[in-house]
Design a protein around this ligand. Structure first.
Ligand code: ADP
Ligand code: ZN
Length: 286
C-alpha cells in the first residue's frame, strides 16, 4: 500500500491505496506548514505498518534535483510561510518511509499516463488552467525535468490587440498565465469565470490564448496529445474553440493528430493518483 499527497495552496489531499479502485482519501486545509504537515502525518499514522512509500505532488516552485541539499523543498513560493519548507524530508522522517516528490502538474501527468487520457502515449502534455496555468510534459515515456522544472504557464505569447487587460502575473504581467488563468478572466471581464455564459466573448479570447500556448508547446515538444484540465477547462466549449484556433495558428505547417486535445479522465483525482505513482517509483529506488 502506498501513501499519496497532492499538496495544494488551499488544501492537501491525502490518500492511501494502490490505484483508482481502492484509493481512500481525505482533505486537510493548507494553513501553516507546521499545522498542515502534522495533520498530514496524522492521516497516515494508522497505516504505518502497511505503508511502503509516500508520493508527494506539490505546488511550487520546488527543488527536484536529487543531488541538491534542498531536494524536496518548496523554494520561492509567494506563500511566505511555505518558502524553503522541507516538505519531502519532514514527512519522510515523520513516517519513516521513502518519499517520491514532484510538482502537482507532473503528478497529474503521471496519473493520467497510468490510468487516464495519457495511457498509451509516450509523448503528451498535461495542462491545468485554473488559479494558475501549469504543465507537465511526458517526453519519451518520462516526465521532463531539467535545471528546475518546466514552468509552461509563464511562456511569452503575443498580446491580443483587442484585449485591454494587460495581464496579472506578478513576474511577467502578460505571460500566458497572466492573461488566461481563472483570476485573469475575472479581472478582465469583472465576472468570475464560473459566472460567464458559454456564449460570452471571453471564451473565444481564452481559446485564442490557450491555442497560442499549445502551438508553442507543439513546436518545442511535439506531443501526441494535450490533456487540458483545471477549473477553467470545465467550460467544455473551449475544446473546439481551441482546436479551431490551433489550426489557424499552425496554418498547415504541422498536422494536429486526431483526438489531440482531451479532457483528463481522472478529473480532480489526477494529482493524488500521480502521487501514488511517485510513491511506487520511490519504493523501487529505495
Ligand atoms: P486550482 O487551480 O486552485 O487548483 P481549479 O483548477 O479549480 O483550482 O481552478 C480554479 C479557477 O478555475 C478559478 O479561477 C475558477 O474561477 C475557475 N473555475 C472553476 N470552475 C470553473 C468552471 N466551471 N468554469 C469556469 N471556470 C471555473
Ligand atoms: Zn508569468
Amino acid at each position: 500500500m502506498f501513501g499519496a499527497i497532492e499538496a495544494g495552496g488551499t488544501k492537501f489531499v491525502c490518500a492511501i491505496g494502490t490505484g483508482p479502485g481502492d484509493l481512500e482519501s481525505g482533505q486537510i486545509p493548507t494553513t501553516s506548514p507546521e499545522e498542515t504537515l502534522a495533520a498530514a502525518a496524522a492521516f497516515f499514522r494508522p497505516y504505518l505498518g502497511e505503508l511502503e512509500a509516500l508520493g508527494i505532488a506539490s505546488f511550487g516552485p520546488v527543488d527536484l534535483d536529487t543531488d541538491s541539499p534542498t531536494w524536496g523543498h518548496i523554494t520561492s513560493t509567494p506563500k511566505l510561510p511555505w518558502r524553503n519548507c522541507d516538505l519531502a524530508g519532514w514527512l519522510g522522517r515523520a513516517l519513516g518511509v521513502p518519499v517520491g516528490f514532484d510538482t502537482d502538474v507532473n503528478g497529474a501527468a503521471l496519473g493520467e499516463a497510468r490510468w487516464g487520457a495519457g495511457r498509451g502515449f509516450s509523448d503528451f502534455l498535461y495542462l491545468t488552467v485554473g488559479t494558475g496555468i501549469g504543465g507537465g510534459a511526458m517526453v519519451g515515456g518520462r516526465i521532463l525535468h531539467g535545471f528546475t522544472h518546466p514552468e509552461m504557464g509563464h511562456i511569452q505569447i503575443p498580446h491580443e490587440p483587442n484585449d485591454p487587460y494587460p495581464g496579472g502575473c506578478p513576474y511577467h504581467t502578460g505571460c500566458l498565465e497572466g492573461v488566461a488563468c481563472g483570476p485573469a478572466i475575472r479581472e478582465r471581464w469583472g465576472l468570475a469565470a464560473t459566472e460567464l455564459p458559454a456564449e460570452h466573448p471571453a471564451w473565444a479570447l481564452e481559446a485564442r490564448y490557450l491555442a497560442l500556448g499549445v502551438a508553442n508547446w507543439m513546436f518545442t515538444l511535439s506531443p501526441r496529445r494535450v490533456i487540458l484540465g483545471g477549473g477553467v477547462m470545465q467550460q467544455s466549449q473551449l475544446f473546439p474553440l481551441i482546436e479551431k484556433e490551433l489550426h489557424r495558428i499552425l496554418n498547415g505547417y504541422i498536422t494536429v493528430p486526431p483526438a489531440f486535445l482531451a479532457p483528463p479522465v481522472l478529473g480532480q483525482r489526477a494529482g493524488v493518483l500521480g502521487a501514488l505513482v511517485l510513491a511506487e517509483q520511490a519504493r523501487r529506488v529505495a
